[in-house]
Structures are given as structure tokens and as C-alpha cells.
Design a binder for this molecule. Structure first.
Ligand SMILES: [Zn+2]
Length: 243
């Protein structure tokens, strides 16, 4: 993976604007990984995907993620300063399939990836989403060497498999452990790096297009020429124009 130039990021932003978040994630990864196929990138587990996005984001916007959360008990606004390295530490390679035995059941599953997220956009409810995910990710389940259809599995077994999946790919569902400074309420809040990253990209794109407009209006330079300037030089020209 390599960092994206301003030109490349703006292209991804433009194409991704009309797409779902799962597709935007794949656009970013494809632009940053020209040596990897789209299919291979779509097959990264969601935890691996999010770690890659966190690294790419750090190269563009720095190691800190500044976010806000509202206390669900008293409504106090918390300013959060998060570190992408702490949220997404390095992990080893993920296996293609994971085998486990629970009670008398032998189970093989694979970790959810971007192809599953794209399939889920058709599901109507959370319960539907879960069924779709299980149908796609449970590769086989057998009991006493008899294959077991997923619909017949006990609810407890499904719960245990879902919990195992979450543990096997913890970066797919990062939870922030928060305490309210006003009322001391304690809660867990999900952190979605892709949603966070896209908001930053969207803000950046609007800012940079505005800067291009100001500089092009003053000097008549092309969009490509202004985008190719380093942020420091661009700012210097903006300061001169405003002076
Ligand atoms: Zn509170």
C-alpha cells in the first residue's frame, strides 16, 4: 500500500460520493494498492480492511483522530482524541477459514469481508443481515459427520459462532470504552473508521476545491497545477492573495 496524492484522493471522493460506504472503502484501497486486484481487496476481512484504511488515513490526516461522543445518560459532549495505532494495532495474517468445535458440532467458517457488506445492502433488517451473513460465512457445520443446514442450528450455537467470529477479527468492530466526566456513566461506543475517514475526506475535498477556486481566480492556473502544489505552498499563495 502507498499514500494517495491529492489528485488521486479527489478522484476517489468524486466517484465515491454516489456510492455506499462499503464501496468507498474499496475505492480507497484500490487506489492505494495498485498491485492488488479488486477481488483480493474485497476479500480482506473487515478487520484487515479497517486497519488498512486506518493506515491510509494516518498518512493523509495524521495519527490522531479527534471525535465527539454524546453521553447516553446526561447528554454531555465528550471530545475524544484517539490514536489510530492504538485502535488498529498490527495483527498477523488472517486464515482463509477457521475451524472450531462447539458441543458435538464441527464448524468451519470464514471471516466477513467487503463482499458480504455489499451483499448486506439488500437486507432489510438487522435479523435479515445476520441470516445473510451466516449463510455466506458458515462454510459447513456437521454433527456426528452429518451436514447440518444452518436453519436447523440451535440459537446458542449461532451465538457462540458469532462471538468466535468477533474475537477472531477484533478490528472489525472496534468499541470505545467511555466514561462521562459529568455523571460517570460508563458505556461502549462503536467506532467506524470508514465513516470517520470519509467525513474527513469530504471536508478536505470541499476545502481544497475552494482553495483551487481562489488560486485559479487569482493566477489563472489549472486545477492540476494547483493540486500538485504542496499544502504549504498552496497556503502561501492563499495568504498572498488575501494580503
Ligand atoms: Zn453523562
Amino acid at each position: 500500500m502507498r499514500p494517495l496524492s491529492a489528485r488521486e484522493l479527489l478522484d476517489v471522493w468524486e466517484v465515491g460520493a454516489a456510492q455506499a460506504l462499503a464501496q468507498r472503502a474499496l475505492l480507497l484501497l484500490a487506489a492505494a494498492n495498485p498491485d492488488r486486484s479488486d477481488a483480493a481487496l474485497a476479500r480482506l476481512s473487515l478487520g484487515q480492511r479497517d486497519r488498512q484504511l486506518a493506515i491510509l488515513r494516518e498518512w493523509l490526516f495524521g495519527p490522531q483522530l479527534i471525535s465527539v461522543a454524546g453521553c447516553p445518560n446526561c447528554g454531555e459532549r465528550l471530545q475524544l482524541t484517539l490514536s489510530s495505532q492504538e485502535l488498529y494495532p498490527a495483527t498477523g495474517e488472517m486464515p482463509e477459514a477457521i475451524a472450531l468445535r462447539i458441543d458435538d458440532y464441527d464448524i468451519r467458517y470464514r471471516l466477513p469481508d467487503s463482499t458480504d457488506l455489499l451483499a448486506l445492502t439488500q437486507a432489510n433488517t438487522i435479523a435479515d443481515s445476520r441470516d445473510v451473513l451466516l449463510q455466506r460465512c458458515l462454510l459447513n457445520v456437521s454433527c456426528a459427520e452429518q451436514a447440518q443446514p444452518i436453519e436447523t442450528l440451535p440459537a446458542q450455537l449461532i451465538e457462540a459462532v458469532v462471538a468466535h467470529m468477533a474475537q477472531a477479527d477484533p478490528q472489525a468492530d472496534v468499541q470505545l470504552d467511555l466514561v462521562c466526566p459529568a455523571c460517570h456513566h460508563h458505556w461502549l461506543a462503536a467506532f467506524d473508521v470508514m465513516a470517520f475517514f470519509w467525513k474527513e475526506i469530504d471536508d478536505w475535498a470541499h476545502r481544497i476545491l475552494n482553495e483551487i477556486h481562489v488560486i485559479a481566480s487569482a493566477y489563472g492556473w489549472s486545477e492540476a497545477a494547483i493540486l500538485a502544489l504542496s499544502p504549504a505552498r498552496r497556503q502561501l499563495y492563499l495568504d498572498l492573495i488575501e494580503a
